[in-house]
Design a protein around this ligand. Sequence first.
Ligand SMILES: CC(C)(COP(=O)(O)OP(=O)(O)OC[C@H]1O[C@@H](n2cnc3c(N)ncnc32)[C@H](O)[C@@H]1OP(=O)(O)O)[C@@H](O)C(=O)NCCC(=O)NCCS
Length: 197
Amino acid sequence: MQEIAISTHTGETARPFLKEVARLRIAVFRDFPYLYDGSLGYEMDYLEEYISSEKSLIVLAKHGAEIVGASTGIPLAEADEDFRKPIQAAGIDVRDVFYFGESVLLPDFRGQGLGHKFFDEREKRAADLGFRSAGFFSVIRADDHPLKPAHYRPHDAFWQKRGYARQDTMIARFPWKQLGEPQETSHELVFWLKELS
Ligand SMILES: CC(C)(COP(=O)(O)OP(=O)(O)OC[C@H]1O[C@@H](n2cnc3c(N)ncnc32)[C@H](O)[C@@H]1OP(=O)(O)O)[C@@H](O)C(=O)NCCC(=O)NCCS
């Protein structure tokens, strides 16, 4: 397999890649556990938030000219209020936390360490900027969810190994349109936190 090139882009420098990253998010998040029926318009607005922050980053994985993976990060203080609220409510100063938006990689390129590289790049950016901690949300799904594929493996063990602890008291509710549903519904996500120093 051709080598995958990793590159990191901050703020406005990521603009040329936005549409491709938006398409990638829509493709990958259609699968369980997200089941997201995404639209390019919403995605472009969402990603605009990232590039308008000077402290954000977008990490890209390229196979030749094709973007096959992407991962994002932004200071939590600049992230959506729905994500800030449960962390604030737990008594954490959101200014101390660097927030990871997502990691998405096309299935053919999984299992060769790119997920680790996405974490390495984002943790380095957070530490370089002086953040004390980093974290992200994962969607909560029932173990017996009818759309869960038989071969599905949760990422919990990977995240724990990377030093993240699931914070069961920090639950966000965020709306998106789920596949097969006529309109947006609210979904619960749980926060995972790691101290960087
Ligand atoms: C998350 C994702 C980017 C990880 O990418 P990846 O390149 O396969 O990850 P890596 O190869 O670095 O492997 C990371 C760890 O996950 C484990 N892993 C491999 N395949 C896995 C699978 N199918 N399910 C769960 N974990 C798996 C690996 O064993 C590795 O752990 P190790 O360090 O103990 O060996 C990719 O799986 C993906 O895009 N998933 C769909 C979107 C998603 O759920 N994103 C996360 C939340 S936003």
